[in-house]
Design a protein around this ligand. Structure first.
Ligand SMILES: [Zn+2]
Length: 499
């Protein structure tokens, strides 16, 4: 089982039970939805041979599970806890159709255990997303952070702004259906509408929201685009208010992600309105102008807000906000240390699963110890610029997502046991799982293949607009330089240094 339970006692010699023979769930303390998925996953007669009791408790553990003879009890403080307990019971059933007497006391290390999923760069169908979410649920991850808009696409139907959505998008009905699908699996969706940068797809429909009303086309290239929202136009804010009001209303969660990463400041420097805004509001630099934008947008949002760490430089953060860290050892880190805000640690060297296993191996994720002390949790991020098929998607996510589940769980870590558990997951064959081949030869081939793709991939960048992304690519590259081959290093440096 992944993640391994905190305390797990199994009594092999005792009487065993088989859930397929039928069971009855006694669920008086909780909303009925918490056992909905369990009964879908195990289609068995509803008779009284085996009784599963769901009990409300205030234990310090996340949930407790006790199996003895034909009596199963799961206790926890709320529906989320009970869903986790039922998930464990289902996992026991999957591993071995007959279940022994078992005592499990289980505890999550972090409240926030997630995956950031990019549907903007490449579109994935709801069917494929449901497959990933089912797998997340089985390993007790509880956050699906959905990156729904970016330069390359705007993926949600808007009834207020019907021309906004890209040809490939999710309808509002599909979104509500997915939201419920997640809820009954103990997962919340956090939608992300990235701003004020990464908005080419919006500006292609509404050029008037940028500083110079430049005509913008949607590009399918990776990179950072210069054209961003002008923070000095009132109509930008009224558009954002309406749009965010509509979109956040589609999801049950009380959180929205507003991005805030990689915002080129080139336009701001040349925009008269922006210069005026800075003067009138005593803003010292362009990062603070982005902070001003965030302040105006967040004033009208009564949900908790998550922002990428880039927003730390703006000298303004909403009270009810969380920072998601992706960059390490940067000026943002210094800014964070001053603020002491709670964070989600998505350190790109550990949790960016668009990098292949050869560059970001499984063991690093499993063994990761965060340098931050105020952590709400971890999120793996799967940026999809280079991911074009479901097969690739699954192979990039698994088995590393299993290691994220372990990193978020309070248990005795044992890497060998973990590897064995992955083998069991492979047998179940629900998703495609990469081979974690760590032989030198294989790693060399994989790394070369990856950097070759990066080299061949056209990238948008000029002046300062691509600085952050290129810098992080190069940093990442240097991080692995000691393993790589030098001819390739030279080629890559040449490519990046041209910009
Ligand atoms: Zn402007």
């Amino acid at each position: 089982m992944i993640p391994a339970p905190s305390i797990y006692l199994i009594f092999n010699k005792e009487e065993k039970l088989n859930l397929l023979n039928g069971f009855i769930i006694i669920n008086s303390d909780f909303a009925p939805y918490c056992s909905e998925v369990f009964t879908l996953r195990i289609p068995a007669p509803t008779n009284s041979n085996i009784i599963i009791r769901l009990i409300k408790s205030n234990d310090t553990t996340t949930y407790n599970l006790l199996i003895q003879n034909n009596n199963i009890s799961i206790s926890g403080k709320d529906e989320q806890a009970i869903i986790l307990g039922l998930t464990t019971l289902y996992n026991l059933h999957l591993e071995d159709k007959v279940i022994n007497k078992t005592i499990i006391k289980d505890h999550a290390l972090y409240l926030h255990r997630g995956l950031s999923f990019d549907s903007a760069r490449h579109f994935f169908t709801i069917t494929e997303i449901k497959k990933i979410i089912e797998e997340m649920s089985l390993i007790k991850l509880n956050v699906f952070h959905w990156h729904l808009s970016d330069d390359q696409g705007f993926r949600i139907e808007s009834k207020l702004f019907p021309t906004l959505a890209s040809p490939e998008h999710y309808t509002q009905d599909e979104i509500k259906d997915l939201d419920y699908y997640c809820k009954i699996r103990g997962i919340k969706i956090i939608p992300e509408i990235d701003m004020p940068g990464h908005v080419s797809s919006i500006l292609s429909v509404y050029p008037k929201f940028s500083c110079f009303e430049t005509a913008t086309t949607i590009s399918n290239l990776a990179g950072i685009y210069e054209n961003v929202f002008c923070p000095s136009k009132p109509e930008v804010y009224s558009f954002i208010n309406k749009l965010l009001g509509e979109i956040s209303g589609l999801f049950m969660t009380d959180i929205i992600h507003l991005g805030g990463d990689e915002v080129p400041k080139y336009n701001y420097k040349h925009c008269d309105l922006c210069q005026q805004t800075m003067l009138e509001n005593d803003l010292n630099n362009y990062e603070e102008l982005q902070g001003y934008f965030l302040k105006r947008v967040s004033e009208n949002i009564n949900k908790k807000i998550i922002l990428w760490n880039d927003s730390l430089l703006g000298n303004y953060l909403p009270d009810n906000s969380l920072i998601q860290f992706w960059l390490n050892k940067t000026v943002e880190l210094k800014a964070y240390n001053k603020l002491k805000k709670p964070i989600i640690d998505s350190n790109m060297y550990v949790f960016y699963f668009d990098y292949p296993l050869a560059l970001l191996p499984l063991k690093r994720v499993y063994k990761y110890k965060s340098p931050f002390n105020n952590i709400q949790g971890h999120e793996a991020c799967l940026w999809s610029e280079r991911i074009t098929s479901n097969e690739e998607l699954e192979r990039m996510l698994f088995p590393r997502l299993y290691a994220v589940a372990e990193a978020c769980w309070d248990n005795k870590k044992n890497y060998r046991v973990f590897l064995n558990n992955i083998e069991l997951m492979k047998k179940a064959q629900r998703v495609l799982i990469s081979e974690n081949d760590l032989s030198r030869k294989h790693l060399k081939v994989e790394r070369r293949k990856y950097w070759q793709t990066v080299l061949n991939m056209p990238t948008v960048s000029s002046s300062e607009k691509g600085k952050t992304s290129l810098k992080t690519q190069l940093d990442f590259f240097r991080y692995f330089m000691k393993f790589s081959d030098f001819k390739l290093i030279k080629e890559i440096k040449k490519k990046y240094e041209k910009h």
